[in-house]
Design a protein around this ligand. Sequence first.
Ligand code: B3K
Ligand code: ZN
Length: 865
Amino acid sequence: PVAKKRSDYRAPDFLIDHVDMAFHLDVTQTRVISTSRFTRNGQHQSPLVLDGENLQLISVTINGEPVTDYHQSDEHLTLNINQNDFELCIETRINPQENKTLEGLYFSGGAYCTQCEAEGFRKITYFLDRPDVLAKYDVTIFADKTRYPHMLSNGNQIDKGELDDGRHWVKWQDPFKKPSYLFALVAGNFDLLTDRFVTQSGRSVALELYVDKGALDKGHHALASLKKAMAWDEQVFGLEYDLDIYMIVAVDFFNMGAMENKGLNVFNSKFVLADAESATDDDFFNIEAVIGHEYFHNWTGNRVTCRDWFQLSLKEGLTVFRDQQFSADMSSPVFNRIKNVQIIREHQFAEDASAMAHPIRPEEVIEMNNFYTVTVYDKGAEVIRMMHTLLGAAGFRQGMDLYFSRFDGQAVTCDDFVQAMQDATQVDLSQFRRWYSQSGTPKVKVTDSFDAKTGVYHIDFTQNTPPTADQKVKQNLHIPFKFELLDEKGNSISDDSVPELSAKMIELTSRVHRITVTGLQAKPTPSLLHDFSAPIKVDYAYSHQQLSNIILYSGDDFARWDASQRLYSRCIHNLAISPDTPDDELLDSMLQAVQGIFDIADVNPALAGAMLSLPSFETLSQQVDEIQVEALYHAQRSVRNLIATTLSDQWSTLYHKQAVVPYRYVADDVDSRRLRNLSLSYLVQAGAPQSSDILLAQFAQADNMTDCLGVLKAAQFGELKQFDQLMEQFETRWRHDPLVLDKWFALHANMERSDILVRLPLLLSHDKFSLDNPNRVRSVLGSFAFYNVLGFHAVDGSGYKFLADYILKLNSVNPQVAARIITPLTQWQKFDEKRRELMRYQLARIADCQDLSKDLIEKVSKSLN
Ligand code: B3K
Ligand code: ZN
């Protein structure tokens, strides 16, 4: 397969302004008849080349006349046409049941549904399947009435009827022009939850949530979240919903989280269904976030869409930023910010360091589905956030307003967005634009010096972006760097003659930036990168004392958390390097800091919960050049153990302080449950007296999944003998509920035990395991490969081989999911030589496979380069 390049963009040769589609649904033989109005775009003689894959072509007519003079290939249908305006009618046949790729039209648990982004519409009919072709759609669906009472598509239902043979039909019309990737169709037998939302201008919108039969009670949280999102977008961005109806359908077989099809979102049921008993606080949180995300796409993605797929971050980075702001406003801003940053540090930094490194606006793509990445999404959101920081909230809003007034109804580029931001505020973003074309994680090295005699303090910021697999030469970036200087009492130093100090922000643009402060009594403590104001790594030689000061005194809660993580990381890396000669002074100051954090728990439980958690193995891995798997893993455990045992009384107090109340998903209770389960896991790890009694009591009494799973995780991590028995009880109780059973599978796959590779095949032969179900595959293979450190990185290579074996099986079933779970293997660069070899060996094995999907070819070939 050949790569497409961003620089090769050309406007389409033809445009389509209207499509009329008829679907005669049948499990193996669905007939699709699409009638499109074309116009030639510009003066040229080029043929009409339509995209299409896996389609059985039945007939073609132009302006009602049958056509036979066309050329069909695996991916295209080419027609020579002289007219400039014409109507093309194409009939095709497709097989939804055989479609295991879950792209195009497929069958999920007895219902038909579609997934067209990025290039799935071409699996439904021959079309100009590219986001810059915007058309209005009329869609008529025919199917058996008893089995498919609900038949949905985008826009408004305008007509319906019944046929004599037991079938019925429904006609939908979408008044908005849209690209084909936003097309959707659903047909099935669902339970329906309805509600209304009245917009700020007084229009009443019908809200409809379709779920599996019997799951109605689990839909209330999703619907409430939707209403919150609708109100929030009006308040914060002045954006109102634009159709009379908003539908959400939950399906069990889905490749990712959800899809923002105009007026008809299709969701992975994981991000819709929740009740106290079966869903955790995290699930409730994620549902609100994903419902928000898809809703916000209605403006950032649907009303203004992408010109081409290289511009994906235009809609995704912006929409992730919007959902992050929404979540922050719904609960604790600092806790949310920490979550965002953890994703960047665990996964995005790893992607930058891997063979798959790419800028947020990629330059070259073989399979677009491979670029729905943490870089495009989450680093993309960080880039938007930096503009928000540079322009201020009001300036950013002006930029957004201008963006919509300029581009509503159009397919545009990332440059168009930045230009709107710049034009609305007159802030020069020319250098800033490099964030779109440059990959990699910038490093800012901070050094300082203080002259006690003169009271003069210099602090230098030096930026540098190391080369990445895709790009050797890097330029200086425009980096908003928030910070403050703390004096010895912990007060923020202000000095009107130093504008960066008053602003608490430096805009780094050149390689080195120096600030000088005079008249100081003592060397200050720089508290750096407040609020993680840029997606970078900061290097500064903090003393232990300075970190403790920041934890106690910084005015930025994020910086306090960050300092706690730095302190833990330092202890862990130190112990990893010299396990036999621990630095007692360092460990003592860390333990003292933790003591202090217990006091924060009363004032700010959300912040304390995050500060009492150690950096993950993935985060720690991105702090070193070469990962020493066992050493790092055991050092992390030892430090955790030290905190658990030394402070076991405090953990016990903290545990018992948390009142047990009937489950509600409200911020205070969520924070309290988090502290309680964190304490439980430290107590169990310390083997504290009565800890297993406490644990068993919690398991027996829990009225909610958060506390129940808290027990299982603590028992698993603490390697308690009761673990297997608890898991059995859990399985018996929940085997009928796929979303809960996924948690059970994931817990098993995550177990750090020496026989894990013997146990995994047992899991995969479980009667409830199926390669066809992406959630299940992710919960077993994904959890293992991403999070089971010792198992996946087993030094004999058995973990790598195990993953590769299943990737090869998945390749022919669902290439998208296969290409996603191969990610840990593509990150071989950071491991020791032996593991690098073993990982590459498995990649080469995959590369050798016949009939490898484009998705895997792209990832494997980059990885072996
Ligand atoms: N836009 C979809 C993602 C589509 C992924 C295609 N492989 C969901 C989202 O980001 O909202
Ligand atoms: Zn999105």
